[in-house]
Each structure stands twice: as structure tokens, then as C-alpha cells.
Design a protein around this ligand. Structure first.
Ligand code: SAM
Length: 287
């Protein structure tokens, strides 16, 4: 199979990007790689070859396996090439939608969205390559699904950030989030289609406050958490939970006020910056 036969190569990464990816994998030596969008497997094989060169690592690659031109299943071509090149132990193919189902797809109903569950099953990610559905919604939600699984020094590369307008717009939207700016260093390889390379440099720390009834131990929804210092109010959801942005939580003090319960005053939480997720429990005593 000639991967750069013209009609097919339009859907695959180009040579310059392929060699960039190959070198990046060799440099970073990820153990677990996740790819969104397998297609004919060009980028899958490039990454798998680099992992083989490193002597360690595996790529999980997801695709809904929809027909393309006269090819009923492009991923079957990737599977075949994977075996031919002796990369069977480096690649695991997964059939499904990653984070969302594109509006136009007639395969929508027969396949599941598997991204989040797959990542949880794999456990950790070191390197992510996103080249799936290019709509703004999918491009943003693909990134959103992986972002909280990445640890400091992990990398997420998004393809087509220069050549496809919707991906460009998605990138702008992603970058408008100040948390992303804090958490990642970004470099862009402009080249043909454009690769955005995000490297995580700071941990995002999210803080969850859980409020329970002291007697029943059931969550209390509709509780008001009032911070005098910030002059802000937040309300607990049906699970009795409130999330506090990490930037506020280095030391965040508040009163907890709820109908039918004694208020709690001057409650404080502070962050342990070594833990990415923290939970604090408060119990309310009925009046
Ligand atoms: C541009 S091609 C990928 C090319 C491949 N990365 C390469 O360079 O060889 C995009 C692929 O994304 C797949 N795709 C579309 N929607 C998807 C989704 N929601 N989740 C995962 N893959 C998706 C398509 O079936 C298609 O095979």
C-alpha cells in the first residue's frame, strides 16, 4: 500500500508532519499514546514505528470506521499494514466515536462514544494525537476529554490547526480559556496542515466541596457557599457538590448557609498542590 497515493493521502498527515511526530515520539518516549482518528493508519504506523524504535510503548487508536470513497473500511487497511510491519504488539485499534458523534453521520446510532471510558480503562496517557472529526464541537470536546487526564510533561498534539478553519476556530476557543493558558505551553508547527503541540506544564487542581446532612448523610442540594473575601456565592447541585476554581482555593474561606440547617461560619479549604483533585466534606446539622 502506498500511503501517499494522491486520492487517499489528502486525509492523512503529510511527510513533514509525519517526521515531526516520529521525532517527537522518539524524544519524549511516551509509554501510552492515544490517537483520535485512525483512517488508513498513516500516523498510527509512524507513531508505532517510533515506539518500536524506543523499545517500549503502545498506541491506542480510535475511529468509527466509516467508508471513505471506495474503501468500505479504511481502518482495515491500517490493521493489515500493522501486521505486515510487525507492529501488532504496539497498536490497539478501537472502534467507536471518541468524544461526540458528528451531525452528518449515518452510522451515528450503531456506535458508542468511547473516549472517556477508554482513557479511564487505560489509566494513564503520556501522549495524545487528535486528528478525528474536524467540526468545532468535536475538536473542542476531543481536547476537553483528554485535558484532565494529562499530567505535567504530557503532550497533546492537534492536527489541521492551520488548514481547516473549524479546527482553527476550535483552537482559538480552547486558548481563550485562561486555565488552558496556565496549564500548557503551546507551540505550533505551521507547515502544511498545522500541528498545535500542547505540553502540560502546570497541574490543574480542582477542588470539590461536598455537603451532607449530618444525621442522614445524604447530600444537601441548594446550599449557599458564601465567600466574604471574594464577595461571591455558589450553590450546591443535586449531589450536594460545589466546585471551586483552583486559583481561589490556595486558601478559600466561606460560610455555608442552607434552609433548615445551622449555618457554618468561616470554613476554610487550602490546596495541596501535589494532588490534582481534592475533596472536602462538610456536614450540616438540622435546626
Ligand atoms: C483525517 S482522518 C485521520 C487521518 C490519520 N490521523 C492519518 O494521518 O493517517 C480522520 C479520521 O477521523 C475519524 N473520525 C471521525 N469522527 C470521529 C470521532 N468522533 N471519533 C474518532 N474518530 C473520528 C474518521 O473516520 C477518519 O478516519
Amino acid at each position: 500500500m502506498n500511503y501517499h497515493s494522491k486520492s487517499l493521502s489528502s486525509g492523512s498527515i503529510k511527510k513533514e508532519e509525519a517526521s515531526f511526530l516520529y521525532n517527537l515520539i522518539i524524544q519524549e518516549k511516551p509509554k501510552i499514546v492515544l490517537q483520535v482518528g485512525t483512517f488508513l493508519g498513516f500516523s498510527t504506523l509512524i507513531i508505532a514505528e517510533a515506539l518500536k524504535h524506543n523499545g517500549a510503548g503502545k498506541i491506542y487508536t480510535i475511529d468509527p470506521e466509516i467508508p471513505h470513497l471506495k474503501i468500505s473500511n479504511p481502518v482495515d487497511i491500517a490493521r493489515k499494514a500493522c501486521i505486515e510491519r510487525g507492529l501488532g504488539d504496539r497498536i490497539e485499534f478501537k472502534n467507536g466515536w471518541f468524544s461526540s458523534v458528528p451531525y452528518s453521520s449515518d452510522k451515528a446510532i450503531s456506535l458508542e462514544v468511547i473516549g472517556s471510558a477508554l482513557i479511564q480503562k487505560i489509566g494513564t496517557l503520556d501522549f495524545v494525537f487528535i486528528d478525528g472529526d474536524h467540526s468545532i464541537m468535536s475538536a473542542i470536546s476531543n481536547f476537553a476529554v483528554v485535558v484532565n487526564f494529562l499530567r505535567v510533561n504530557d503532550i497533546c498534539v492537534i492536527h489541521d490547526v492551520c488548514s481547516i478553519y473549524s479546527v482553527k476556530q476550535a483552537l482559538t476557543a480552547i486558548l481563550s480559556d485562561k486555565w488552558i493558558e496556565r496549564m500548557f505551553d503551546l507551540s505550533i508547527l505551521k507547515g502544511h496542515d498545522g500541528l498545535a503541540v500542547f505540553r502540560k506544564v502546570n497541574e490543574y487542581v480542582s477542588v470539590r466541596i461536598c455537603i451532607k446532612d449530618k444525621l442522614t448523610q445524604k447530600p444537601v442540594p441548594g446550599v449557599i457557599l458564601y465567600s466574604k473575601t471574594h464577595g461571591e456565592k455558589a450553590v450546591s447541585d443535586l449531589r450536594g457538590e460545589i466546585y471551586i476554581p483552583a486559583i481561589l482555593a490556595y486558601k478559600y474561606c466561606f460560610d455555608i448557609i442552607a434552609n433548615g440547617y445551622k449555618s457554618l461560619h468561616n470554613c476554610c479549604v487550602s490546596l495541596d498542590t501535589h494532588r490534582p483533585f481534592q475533596e472536602y466534606f462538610f456536614e450540616l446539622e438540622p435546626e
